[in-house]
Design a protein around this ligand. Structure first.
Ligand SMILES: [Zn+2]
Length: 341
């Protein structure tokens, strides 16, 4: 590897560590970054955290020529080939990075952008907000992986020099000639799309659990999901807003009006207690198996719905889209939903 490539790698690692530590830009293992150098596509490995880029190697080298050939053949189901043997697997979104022509590609679920992409009228507001400052396209929701890669490829083929791809109910893909280029685009987007939010209410005492299986969630800000009536109502009306949320936190929220209601329901199926429950006007409670990765996802959801005005219409994923994300048979899923109290 020559000095120039070393420099690029160092810049990218620093960028990943920086954005990875900002929960408004990156949540857990979400988001991915790639760069192309001397016949190699370096892509974040599946399941790794951008925040840990400066602690261990999170990137794997992939053969871009094989991917380019597959894309030309419209074979979006192609499996990326690693250039050397590593234990890590390339990100599920590798094809999304390969099909973007720019040397550096960044895909994020950035809150200030995602908060727009879940709104029913996002197409109108995104175009008005950015004016002529960027060359962007908006792609309808598709399941991450093959379907999404195909939809993004078709969209960028329709317009010249696209450097921003908005993914409805998902996130954004940025392409640039360098990391500096990406940082400029990202900052521009965040500045124009930022939604002011009121401060979280920290005046309430930490709620007490009334069930031995549950403890109050660690991130105390999240209790607002239960104590703020507009946010609590969103749990039922607008839960499945984007893929990672559904994959980590499941297809629906378990909301209860009081603890007595949970006792009745848990008595019906004692072995199927949900990991995460919301008790109206009281708080958010989790079992001890509820992971940090899941809590980070719930914080993402809080940050997104906190940025919605009370009457704003959001678009949730439909039953078939949720079932596809969970690899559930759509009919089985509808049956399951019907049985949820
Ligand atoms: Zn994504």
């Amino acid at each position: 590897m020559n000095n120039h490539n070393d420099q690029i790698r160092a810049q990218i690692i620093q960028f990943c560590a920086d954005i990875g530590s900002n929960p408004l830009l990156v949540q857990g293992a979400g988001g991915n970054v790639s760069w192309k150098d001397s016949g190699t596509l370096w892509i974040k490995a599946s399941g790794t955290w951008l925040a840990e880029a400066d602690q261990h190697d999170i990137f794997v080298p992939v053969n871009p020529n094989a991917l380019q050939h597959a894309i030309q053949q419209r074979n979006f189901a192609v499996t990326p080939q690693l250039i050397d043997t590593r234990e890590l697997k390339p990100s599920i979104e590798t094809l999304l990075h390969a099909l973007m022509p720019q040397p550096v590609v960044v895909h994020l679920h950035a809150i200030e952008i995602l908060a727009h992409l879940v709104r029913a009228d996002c197409e109108k507001t995104l175009i008005t907000a950015q004016g002529d400052s960027l060359s962007s396209v908006l792609v309808a929701y598709h399941k991450p992986g093959e379907d999404l890669a195909q939809a993004v490829y078709d969209a960028i083929m329709q317009k010249q020099d696209v450097d921003v791809v908005f993914l409805k109910n998902h996130g954004v893909v940025l392409g640039g000639s360098s990391i500096a280029d990406i940082v400029t685009t990202l900052n521009t987007l965040i500045t124009i799309l930022q939604t002011p939010v009121g401060a979280a209410d920290h005046t309430r005492p930490i709620p007490v659990s009334r069930h031995p299986s549950y403890v109050p969630i660690q991130d105390t800000t999240l209790h607002e999901l239960a104590t703020h009536s507009t946010l609590f109502d969103r749990l039922t009306s607008d839960w499945a807003l984007y893929p990672d949320h559904v994959v980590f936190l499941g297809p629906q929220a378990y909301t209860y009006t009081n603890w007595e209601q949970t006792e009745t329901l848990f008595a019906i199926s004692p072995n199927e207690k949900p990991e995460l429950i919301f008790i109206r006007d009281h708080g958010v409670f989790v079992t001890r198996t509820f992971s940090i990765a899941k809590q980070v996802q719930l914080r993402c959801y809080y940050d997104v719905i906190k940025r919605q005005k009370a009457g704003t219409m959001l678009t949730s994923l439909c039953h078939n889209q949720i079932a596809a994300l969970l690899n559930w048979d759509a009919e089985k899923y509808r049956m399951r939903l019907a049985n949820i109290p």
